[in-house]
Design a protein around this ligand. Structure first.
Ligand code: GTP
Length: 360
């Protein structure tokens, strides 16, 4: 393990699947279990010996430096390299490599900025070094690999192919979005062009006989690219299913941020975070959700597996289930929003004229 491992963090994506949450805040900065999402990744990377991280930014680039500065709060050195137009995952890695200081043979850790992973980064780097690999991919196992590209390996851990999504995947091992590159391999990616590591760099490297290894494990892993996964990630961190040094409090059923006001008659469970100065009224039931700063959940509201944005208001009798409510939106009384409903920031939904009573 090198004494001072360098890393590149990919954080330039637009996070379209997480709109409207990502309209004003890039995905990696969304408040997750009380802190910006990246704080969890940075703390874990630091714990595994990373000392210097180059952020590959594009979408809302300036917000990253505002949030993390020079990295000293994490005992890290952080550099920012910004693409004028997004260069894709491979182009971004190549572009960010100009801020690396390590020699051509050194390992460089590359992290997608939207993954929560409990895997042993140190073990992945050690496998890369002892296997003298050009590239070592972290692979995770999922039940249904048909939604992902899959990555078969042989008994020695050598990657045999990097396959596109298919209804009949040959393995349930998939790319987990954390790579160790030999630095010289990054330097071979074409400069200043849009390149995808998943569609171009990895398949080409494997087909041309490059030594690509898979570090396969089954530790906690989640891609927080969708609202449902984002909510799950936040709850898992609050519950302690994935331990994070950045969690601002002990793990438990809920995390209340400073000056949150939760009625003793409310039930807040399932890893819910209640943001700073947010209010949860009496009789409200909030389970497995993210309530952002300054939001108001009126008495008698039900919120399950949902996100309520900053300064949003949810009036009495309303039910939210698998819903995303944008910042400052106002949801009038007695509405029911379920199954992936998304309300854009600033929208006001009037009181429902019909009150469901349960009668036939
Ligand atoms: P969606 O738009 O919802 O698919 O999300 P996304 O934009 O984040 O794309 P995706 O989840 O495929 O990206 C994986 C990782 O690569 C994320 O951490 C992105 O921030 C990052 N990323 C994707 N494209 C670019 C890019 O062109 N430049 C940079 N710097 N990072 C990128």
């Amino acid at each position: 393990m090198p004494a001072a491992l360098e890393a590149i963090l990919l954080v330039g994506g637009q996070g379209t699947r997480l709109r409207p949450l990502t309209l004003f805040t890039p995905k990696p900065l969304l408040p997750t279990a009380g802190v910006p999402f990246l704080a969890h990744q940075l703390a874990r990377a630091r714990a595994f010996g990373v000392r210097r991280i180059v952020f590959a930014t594009s979408y809302k680039a300036a917000m990253f430096a505002d949030a993390f500065g020079d990295g000293s709060a994490f005992d890290l050195e952080i550099e920012y390299v910004t693409e004028d137009t997004p260069l894709g995952t491979g182009g971004a890695i190549r572009n960010a490599a100009r801020a690396l200081t390590c020699p051509p043979d050194a390992p460089v850790l590359v992290l997608n900025g939207d993954i929560l992973s409990g895997h042993d980064i140190g073990a992945q780097v050690r496998q890369h070094l002892s296997g003298d690999a050009a590239l070592t991919l972290h692979l995770t196992e999922v039940e249904d690999a048909s939604r992902f590209g899959c990555v078969p390996i042989d008994e020695d851990g050598r990657v045999l192919a990097f396959l596109e999504k298919t209804p009949n995947p040959v393995t349930n091992r998939i790319n987990a979005g954390c790579y160790v590159f030999r630095r010289s391999v990054i330097d071979q990616i074409p400069d200043g062009q849009v390149v995808s590591v998943e569609r171009e760099t990895f398949p080409t490297l494997i087909e041309s006989g490059g030594r690509v290894l898979g570090y396969a494990d089954s530790s906690y892993w989640l891609d927080v690219g969708t609202p449902a996964a984002f909510v799950q990630g936040s709850c898992d961190l609050v519950l302690g299913a994935l331990q994070s040094p950045a969690l601002p409090g002990p793990p438990g059923e809920s995390l209340l941020l400073p000056d949150a006001v939760v009625s003793p008659e409310a039930k807040v469970t399932g890893g819910t975070v209640v943001g700073a100065r947010a209010i949860v009224g009496s009789g409200a039931l909030v389970r497995g959700s993210v309530i952002a700063d300054d939001a108001t959940i009126a008495p008698g509201v039900t919120v399950v597996n949902s996100v309520v944005g900053r300064h949003a208001t949810i009036a009495g009798g309303t039910i939210l289930r698998d819903a995303v409510i944008g910042d400052t939106a106002v949801i009038g009384p007695n509405n029911e929003l379920t199954s992936g409903a998304r309300i854009w920031p600033g929208v006001t939904l009037p009181e429902s004229a019909i009150r469901f009573t349960g009668d036939a």
